[in-house]
Design a protein around this ligand. Structure first.
Ligand code: ATP
Ligand code: ATP
Ligand code: MG
Ligand code: MG
Ligand code: MG
Ligand code: MG
Length: 256
């Protein structure tokens, strides 16, 4: 038999490859539900937007900000969430696989834990899974471009999905609806929605149109606390335009 004591652990360790995320850059961990097209069908989500499913996602993101002090902002839509870690974060010594796996597993177990609170009448039929990735953004400007890209995506998808489900609910098959929408521009979709009685796209719930932003409120809960005490912030969920400059001017502390 093999003499286990003789195995040199440095030799075994030498195979480990650990990628560290570049220093002094914003880290974004984006998670996304695996096969949520199916998950949403099996669990009978309302289409195009199940409000409770989004609220459940938001509750998990709030838990992430409460748990991980280095996460300064997060933005979520559909089955995805992006978590922004501050530039100088030393969380897990910036090791990508550690950070991603901790965020993803924490979020996923929160999703399962909170399910009943949001869907008291619905049984969770199987275990959801999320994938995750880490990307570094070297400047605040590029980070904001990233977040703007996600919010633009939210708008485009919501406009498409709203039209798609209008067509399906009016009796078209899914493939017919898909064919009808293929290649249509925003203006045509607007007209289509108006035809179905949605004259004003902006009248749709703001969470569906703009996604959800989660961050710490500017005001510490313990402002009058003892000297030397760490400030404690309330984590809030808002549905706002994060593409415009004004949001970041009104919340200078987030990326400050
Ligand atoms: P992948 O594993 O590649 O991510 P996916 O099926 O999860 O595949 P996505 O592009 O992530 O594909 O899209 C998520 C899908 O989940 C949406 O298309 C939608 O059908 C469904 N979904 C997610 N959240 C909701 C919600 N709140 N209400 C209704 N449907 C939702
Ligand atoms: P880290 O987050 O760095 O992994 P850790 O506290 O999880 O920190 P580990 O080196 O992973 O540290 O050790 C796991 C610890 O969990 C053990 O030291 C032990 O105290 C406890 N533990 C794990 N499994 C069991 C078990 N089956 N029975 C009793 N204790 C356990
Ligand atoms: Mg995916
Ligand atoms: Mg998905
Ligand atoms: Mg997705
Ligand atoms: Mg460990």
């Amino acid at each position: 038999t093999k003499d286990v004591g003789k195995i040199n652990s440095d030799y075994i360790r030498s195979f480990l490859f650990e990628s560290k995320l570049m220093a002094s850059t914003w880290i974004v961990i984006r998670i996304d539900g695996c096969h949520f097209h199916r998950f949403s069908e099996v669990h009978d989500f309302e289409k195009p937007n199940d409000e409770q499913a989004l609220n459940l996602m938001n509750s998990c993101a709030v838990a992430v900000l409460q748990e991980f002090a280095d996460v300064v902002f997060s933005y979520g839509v559909s089955d995805e969430y992006s978590f922004v870690l501050k530039k100088d974060s030393q969380f897990c010594q910036r090791k990508a696989s550690n950070i991603v796996s901790i965020m993803v597993s924490f979020f996923t177990s929160m999703y399962v834990m909170n399910w009943k609170a949001f869907f008291p009448q619905k049984e969770l039929k199987y275990c959801p899974a999320f994938d995750g990735r880490a990307v570094c953004y070297p400047s605040t400007e590029i980070l904001r471009d990233y977040l703007a890209w996600r919010q633009v995506d939210c708008h485009i998808n919501n406009q498409y999905n709203t039209c798609f489900w209008m067509l399906v609910k009016s009796g078209k098959s899914k493939s017919e609806a898909q064919r009808t929408l293929k290649g249509t521009q925003a203006q045509e979709k607007k007209e289509m929605l108006a035809w179905f009685g949605i004259d004003d796209y902006n009248a749709l719930p703001v969470m569906f149109r703009q996604g959800s932003s989660v961050f710490r409120d500017g005001m510490a809960l313990n402002e009058n606390g003892a000297a030397g005490e760490k400030p404690c912030y309330k984590v809030i969920v808002e549905h706002c335009n994060i593409i415009e400059q004004s949001f970041w001017e009104e919340h200078p502390g987030i990326l400050g």
